[in-house]
Design a protein around this ligand. Structure first.
Ligand code: HEM
Length: 542
């Protein structure tokens, strides 16, 4: 039974309920009726949306007790309405890792009305991403992802279907191919040279550098140049500071809208709490940026470079397409794709380099070993580093691998949704179930890794495990049909960025701090980054 109390706006509703129920019913979930009525007058002066006359939610539960014949995965006891939301505390990947220790590697939870299966073993991950890939490669729809993907006209959030397949194929062939990667090599190298120049200035002053910001700017500059043709150092409508702000605010939005996503009629609560407003505000900023990028490309007389950027390529294709009944590229597809590239490409790569530097500072033995290798192999007094130099390095690559293991940028990948019922490790998983693969838990599973929390690149010395989607204990880029299409570009940006930091500089901590002061706290929604920046003093050794 449920009793609702109205509280202050920010407290939303306080729920009290009888425990009990707990039967698993398939196909006959609770029915909710939402009725509009008068509400409390606000005692909260800063409300954005008046809550006078808003809502009285009447919920009538009619549980259809159906005896389920399905063998569903185990999970913590759920409560009426909220399901297991009360079990979720702190960062989701860590919380789910803990819960799976008690409930097993295939665990079922209810986020409000949504049924979610969490996978935390490499065998189960392989079943989802390989054996049943085709049955599990759709994405759940949420209010925020619908918005930032221009109504699913994108690659990352679109449900599986003809449109997604066509757009993904286009991206793989035209936008993220090896040919494109090589053609844009000069952009990555030029931006890294500029990055080293700026750090050298800081090293002359012996002043600490905010590495989070510096790395974010480096990666955003590369991505904006090769995807949108925008040079951040001279762009008329976006600068380095605002782009960082915009990307981090947009990323956080993906996890918002809990009520709309998990409860029928939840949009009402999202309105009250201001979630809708904050989504719309950030979206309109993002959309404004993308519109200017698009307008810039559509200007009459624009000269397309020898290697056209992503927007040029897509506009070219849009203009050429015929009248046949096949997939039609629209400006929303272009905006959806650049939104993906912006959201998926920048944070992930910058965060990975930041974690690599953080771990190296905490592990001076590894830092010395990798810098010795880098400087011995590349030789002294180099003025520039190129991507060809990367091929000569061995231990350096292990350091990157170990960083991807301990700090996967998207620890739960992007959620998938089953398109038909499947059997997973002997359990029945119904259609339309969300599946989250906890790659963070897989990469720290003591059954799979010795001293899993230790940063030890040597564990990969025999070369048997890689991170490109074929070894299911290490999946920083996912696997299967939805594997990250920007993987090669992401790796190139991470490797070149880190190599420049390690070759050209030694790194000291700001005066009065020690390694113990390095904060390891994480933050984020889908992409999890380092909460506190890493402040380090660059010192030029030669
Ligand atoms: C270190 C860098 C990167 C990491 C760790 C990373 C990681 C990921 C992960 C975990 C996924 C979800 C895979 C799944 O659901 O199975 C993903 C998807 C995606 N990534 Fe990346 N990514 C990186 C860089 C990039 C870059 C540079 C781009 C584009 C320029 C990009 C574009 C995408 C897109 C479009 C998707 C959606 C794919 C789909 O749903 O079909 N990523 N990425």
């Amino acid at each position: 039974m449920i009793r609702r109390e109205k509280g202050r706006r920010r407290d939303l509703w306080m729920l009290e309920y009888d425990k009990g129920g707990g039967e698993e019913e398939e196909g006959g979930g609770p029915v909710v009726t939402v009725a509009k009525a008068a509400d409390n007058s606000s005692d909260d002066g800063d409300n954005n949306i008046s809550i006078n006359n808003i809502v009285n939610v009447t919920i009538i539960f009619t549980k259809k007790f159906q005896t389920s014949k399905l063998k569903l995965p185990p999970g913590p006891q759920k409560l009426p309405i909220i399901g297991n939301l009360h079990n979720l505390e702190g960062l989701l990947h860590k919380c789910l890792q803990n819960l799976s220790k008690s409930h097993g590697p295939v665990m079922r939870l209810h986020f409000g009305f949504v049924s979610v299966v969490i996978v935390s073993s490499n065998q189960a991950a392989e079943e989802v991403l390989k054996t049943h890939d085709l049955d599990c490669c759709s994405r759940p729809e949420t209010v925020a992802t619908k918005k930032i993907s221009y109504n699913f006209k994108d690659i990352g959030f679109a449900p599986y279907g003809e449109e997604w397949r066509a757009l993904r194929k286009l991206a793989v062939v035209e936008l993220f191919s090896l040919k494109k990667l090589n053609a844009f090599r000069y952009i990555r190298e030029e931006e890294n040279d500029l990055f080293v120049k700026k750090l050298s200035e800081a090293s002359q002053k012996q002043s600490p550098v905010n590495l989070k910001k510096a790395l974010f700017t480096l990666i955003a500059s590369i991505v904006c140049r090769l995807a949108f043709g925008q040079n951040l150092h001279g762009s008329e409508f976006i600068d380095e500071d605002s782009i960082e702000e915009l990307a981090s605010r947009s990323e956080k939005l993906q996890a918002k809208f809990a009520f709309s996503n998990f409860f029928p009629g939840g949009w009402i609560i999202d309105r009250i709490t201001g979630q809708s407003k904050s989504l719309n505000e950030v979206f309109s900023e993002l959309d404004g940026f993308f519109n200017r990028v698009l307008d810039d490309h559509l200007k009459p007389g624009r000269r397309v470079l020898e290697t056209p950027d992503v927007v040029d390529v897509m506009i070219g294709m849009m203009n050429k397409q015929g009248e046949d009944g096949s997939f039609k590229l629209t400006t929303d597809h272009i905006k959806g794709t650049i939104s993906d590239i912006f959201l998926a490409g920048v944070n992930t790569s910058a965060t990975t380099i930041l974690w690599a530097m953080t771990e190296l500072m905490r592990n001076p033995r590894v830092m010395k070993k990798v810098q010795d290798e880098v400087r011995t192999v590349l030789g002294e007094n180099r003025e520039k580093i190129t991507e060809q130099d990367l091929n000569k390095l061995n231990y350096f690559k292990l350091v990157i691998k170990e960083t991807f293991r301990l700090h996967p940028a998207a620890p739960l990948l992007l959620p998938r949704e089953t398109m038909s019922p499947i059997k997973l490790q002997g359990y029945d998983i119904p259609v339309k179930t969300q599946i989250m693969i906890n790659v963070y838990a897989l990469a720290r599973d003591p059954k799979l890794w010795e001293n899993p929390d230790e940063f030890k690149p040597e564990r990969f010395a025999d070369g048997s495990v890689d991170y490109r989607g074929l070894n299911f204990e290490l999946l920083p880029f996912g696997s299967g049909r939805r594997v990250c299409p920007g993987m090669t570009m992401g790796i190139a940006m991470v490797e070149l960025g880190l190599l420049n930091l390690l070759y050209f500089f030694n790194w000291g901590l700001p005066e009065g701090t020690t390694v113990k002061d390095i904060d390891m706290e994480e933050e984020g929604a889908v992409i999890i980054g380092k909460k506190v920046s890493l402040e380090l003093v660059p010192i030029r050794p030669h």
